[in-house]
Design a protein. Sequence first.
Length: 437
Amino acid sequence: MERTLVSQTIEKIGSEVLLKGWVNTRRDHGKIVFIDLRDRTGLVQIVLNPELAEGLHSEDVISVTGLIKARPEKLVNPKLSTGTVEIEAQKVELISKSAELPFDMGQETLQLELPTLLDNRALSFRHSKIQAIFKVQEVIINAFRQALKDKDFLEFQSPSIIPSIPEGGAEVFEVKYFEHKAYLAQSPQLYKSLLVSAFERVFSVNQVFRAEPSVTTSHIAEFTSLDAEMGFIDSWKEVKDMAEYTIKFILNEIQTKCSQELALFRAVIPEVSKEIPHLKLREAQQIIFDRTSRDCRKEKDLAPEDEREICKWATEKHHSELVFISHYPTKYRPFYTYPDDEDPEYNQGFDLLGRGREWLTGGRRIHDYKTLLQHAKEWKIDPDKIKTYLQAFEYGMPPLGGFAFGAERITMFVLGLSNIREASMFPRDMERVDVHL
């Protein structure tokens, strides 16, 4: 008999079917045993006599042959998509026996410390609420792809091993590359810019690496970077507008396709105005000073408390939980960031903040070869180490810009997770490579 998936049972009332999956929960009621069977499409209730259920417990892998029956109206379970039916088991076969579980998988939320959750990752993935995180993340990544494909962007894959450290700032992982020294990429920035000279509009979904010795709740050593770059721009604002279009597209897709997952976390999509408000850094710092008397007006960036405050301002004044901040001090940004024509001390780069945190970063890039070469030297970057990148500019590059954000961060902020490690299937940090070191 061909296997029937759990989600298909509501269409086959009165039919004999073969189901395969895991025992999610077991409930004994004297002469009747109820099992919730789980497969990739959901849960369905199985009704068995005790003999058929003998020895079965949570996470055993079984096959069930049985008859699909409509539940009496008073016994319908509205919490299950299959709550209008149940399976009267005729035959049960054990496919694979589970060891005794280290914790109760039947609870609605796994009340576990994060290390325990991650140390038992293969098991915790089976919980519906954990699965929901990564279903949302899949929608985020797919929506990013679709948004940019709709705007004629080409997808590419960027190398993870690079010859130099062009980004600055974050520390990098050095690797032995045969007889050479190389590094794990902090971002695909140089490659996506290079490709603009051939394809005009490109994007990538890449694993990137940051060797920051950080144990904060919002940093991990490896994450999924969603990057886009576009050429023939007339202004950095075109890049900001494309970033705004993309994040709005993503949020709309989450709202449309992840209602059940959002409900599990009691999460709501951020409130966003028709046009996301925008401030230059110094304007934001002045607003923060006026609102709080906290003077950050000479700082090179916004501190976490400043980000929270300016997001409060945007929500109160513009009914938007998202806000763009632009024009950071040039000398503190990567060498390729375009200085503002009117005030070169500040650049045409921007961040998108949401709910008090940084969601996205982007901006216009220098496209003039001589200027780029000069900046590389000023930032103490060996031009020979980025020769392939510079070659694209030497032979003609249009005005360009782009943006990037982390899939894990967007997942974390939308669902209201307390730690970014919850939004990474296999998080890497100072103490963890799948298990504690």
